[in-house]
Design a protein around this ligand. Structure first.
Ligand code: SF4
Length: 320
């Protein structure tokens, strides 16, 4: 399959300030590679601090890239200069967890959706109001609602407005950062169904960031699990959910009630403590301090991310 988005050995390190005479560097994203075929969805899953959101922001060039490559179709995103980056913006859009905080409360929702059209000079000016009404219909909102303000909408409707705004520039890629986490379960399903339908109709490619494997299960074709700035397991959805390899993925999966019920007896695996700081990275496997099955060598040797068959990647000494 042809990759629309290709990320190679991406690193995002922050800081470098001196603290107690030592230079303090946050390894937020530390050598991440993945690709997303056109028209498909890659889910990136992890706890807060795993680097999943920073990865998304780096793909969009919203945080500085320390090293590595990001390519969108024929465009080397990671090396674009300011002007070209601005011009290319219409090709990749983002939707956020809380559409309320990302929508200006003083702007009418129609103006919010129209803004990218004006900024990027898309379509004839006289046609833009109609384009906005068409976008509203496309995301399941009545076109006469364009005059209302964000606070007059429910959470689910606001996420539809966020989607309409993202779609306005006809992007190739939409990066979705926890797009349904703030919504209740019934509304989550509606938004995920809408996203899937839009993907089928428009050939969209999604990068879908979430802390929740249960949500990712509904939309993603491939899943990457991140821990402390690195991908520890990556596979197609079915393989990952049926046959998880990494102890961290197993623990995350065991927290999804439905997945637990399906494979029968599995108990919920409770992890000790929090992830260590991305400033002072542990030696060896980054998960060793919390891993319920760690070996001695886990504390000294870093396990490589290796193909365990059919493109199912995992990094764990136990699997060698
Ligand atoms: Fe656990 Fe060791 Fe595997 Fe890391 S390498 S996940 S510590 S068993």
């Amino acid at each position: 399959e042809e990759a629309l988005l290709e990320v190679q050995d991406l690193k995002v390190h922050f800081g470098g300030k001196k603290l107690f005479k030592k230079s303090m560097i946050v390894h937020a994203v530390d050598g991440v590679s993945f690709s997303v075929p056109k028209g498909k969805t890659l889910g990136i899953v992890g706890e807060s601090g795993s680097g999943k959101t920073t990865t998304a922001l780096a793909v969009l060039r919203l945080v500085p890239i320390t090293a590595g490559n990001v390519r969108l179709d024929d465009m080397e995103v990671s090396s674009l200069e300011k002007d070209d980056l601005r011009k290319s913006r219409r090709r990749f859009q983002m939707i956020f967890q809380d559409p309320y905080s990302s929508l200006d409360p003083r702007q009418r929702v129609g103006e919010i959706v129209r803004e990218p059209l004006d900024l990027m000079d898309i379509g004839e000016e006289s046609e833009r109001d109609q384009m906005v009404r068409d976008l509203f219909v496309q995301v399941g909102l009545r076109p006469e609602l364009t005059n209302l303000f964000p606070h007059q909408f429910s959470g689910g409707q606001r996420q539809r407005v966020g989607l309409a705004r993202a779609l306005s520039t006809k992007p190739d890629l939409i990066v979705c950062d926890e797009p349904v986490s703030a919504l209740d379960v019934a509304v989550q399903a509606q938004i995920l169904n809408l996203m899937r339908k839009l993907q089928e109709d428009l050939g969209l490619t999604y990068l879908f960031i979430s802390h929740d494997l249960g949500v990712v299960q509904h939309l993603c074709d491939h899943v990457a699990v991140m821990y402390l700035g690195q991908i520890v397991e990556q596979a197609d959805r079915i393989s990952l959910f049926k046959n998880p390899q990494h102890p961290y993925t197993k623990a995350l999966l065991s927290a999804v009630p439905k997945a637990r019920a399906r494979d029968g007896s599995e108990e919920r695996i409770r992890l000790r403590g929090d992830p260590p700081s991305p400033i002072n990275l542990p030696k060896g496997c980054r998960f060793a301090g919390r891993c319920p099955v760690a070996l001695d060598k886990c504390h000294s040797e870093e396990p490589p991310l290796v193909d365990r068959g059919d493109g199912h990647l995992a990094s764990c000494h136990l699997l060698d």
